[in-house]
Ligand binder design. Structure first.
Ligand SMILES: CN1CCN(C(=O)c2ccc(Nc3nc(-c4cccc(NC(=O)c5ccc(C(C)(C)C)cc5)c4)cn4ccnc34)cc2)CC1
Length: 282
């Protein structure tokens, strides 16, 4: 084999090595649920650290592309981002290992405990997500599927953003095509629906819908309309109504995220300042 190939493999294997986690060091505890890539389990790593393991079902993910990018994603570290601990890629199915969030998805938490959450906590949840998104914005890293279902709640009710950038590796074209039944139309900016033009400003649009989910305590956005109807109504200028729990100021912040022109939407940095200013009012 050509010496350059050998050294390249050595480099790759050593970089795999850096993030490769030994499968044998995991003790599976319980199934947490299943998502676009298959089953997710709670496990104990080295007998004491609780971790979440995504066991990637074959044919669901473009795995080589993910493994390529994994090095970059592992370096994305922020207190409100679900930390990627490592991968098990030597044997199928591959595992993706992250920090464990004991209270499950933000969407489920809002639906089951929403009525117990006061205004201050709803605002704090939005700030948690916004803080993570400021970090990703600064790193020019686009989430592509920001929604309450893709955020997780920790034991102390901290909310963290999960699965950032993972939409790029989904192989299911019901999810990847904007006409697909699983495409997140109700969270997508117009330029994403029309031209698949993703940016941090299209993540800002999704963040506005996530704020609406938080203040609606987990209701389905545009619940009376299907995806095709929503795409059309958005083009006509229709926007989500003000949730009952949202003040006029909070609703105005959501509305600013839904400008048709991405340039007119605030940055996550600007959003974070607006949310912090409101926190003072609480
Ligand atoms: C008291 N309640 C009891 C019920 N409950 C739970 O059962 C429960 C508790 C903790 C849970 N934690 C986690 N659950 C998950 C989890 C569980 C099921 C499905 C998924 N999601 C996925 O697998 C997934 C999500 C999005 C995507 C794309 C690429 C489309 C964006 C692809 C895959 C995640 C991941 N985690 C990462 C860290 N912590 C968790 C999940 C559920 C919540 C607490």
């Amino acid at each position: 084999r050509h010496p350059a190939v050998t050294s390249a493999c050595k480099a790759l294997s050593s970089s795999y090595g850096e993030w490769e986690i030994e499968r044998g060091e995991m003790t599976l505890q319980k199934i947490l649920g299943s998502g676009q890539f298959g089953v997710v389990q709670l496990a104990l790593w080295r007998g004491k650290y609780e971790v979440a393991i995504k066991m990637i079902r074959e044919g669901c993910m473009s795995e080589d592309d993910f493994i390529e990018e994994a090095q970059i994603m592992m370096k994305m570290r922020h207190p409100k981002l679900v930390a990627l601990h490592g991968v098990c890629t030597r044997v199928y199915p591959i595992y993706i290992v992250t920090e464990y969030m004991s209270n499950g998805s933000l969407l489920d938490y809002l639906r089951t405990h929403g009525t117990e959450l006061g205004q201050a906590l709803l605002l704090e949840m939005c700030e948690d997500v916004c803080g993570a998104m400021v970090y990703l914005e600064n790193k020019q890293f686009i989430h592509r599927d920001l929604a309450a279902r893709n955020c997780l709640v920790d034991k102390d009710l901290t909310v963290k953003v999960s699965d950032f950038g993972m939409a790029r590796y989904v192989l299911d074209d019901q999810y990847t095509s904007s006409e697909g039944t699983r495409f997140p139309v109700k969270w997508s900016a117009p330029e994403v629906l029309n031209y698949t033009r993703y940016s941090s400003k299209s993540d800002v649009w999704s963040f506005g819908v996530l704020m609406w989910e938080v203040y609606s305590l987990g209701r389905q956005p545009y619940e009376l309309y299907n995806n095709a109807e929503v795409a059309e109504k958005i083009m006509q200028g229709y926007r989500l109504y003000r949730p009952q729990q949202a003040s006029q100021e909070i609703y105005q912040i959501m509305r600013n995220c839904w400008h048709e022109n991405p340039k007119e939407r605030p940055s996550f940095h600007g959003l974070f300042e607006s949310l912090q200013a409101l926190q003072g009012d609480e």
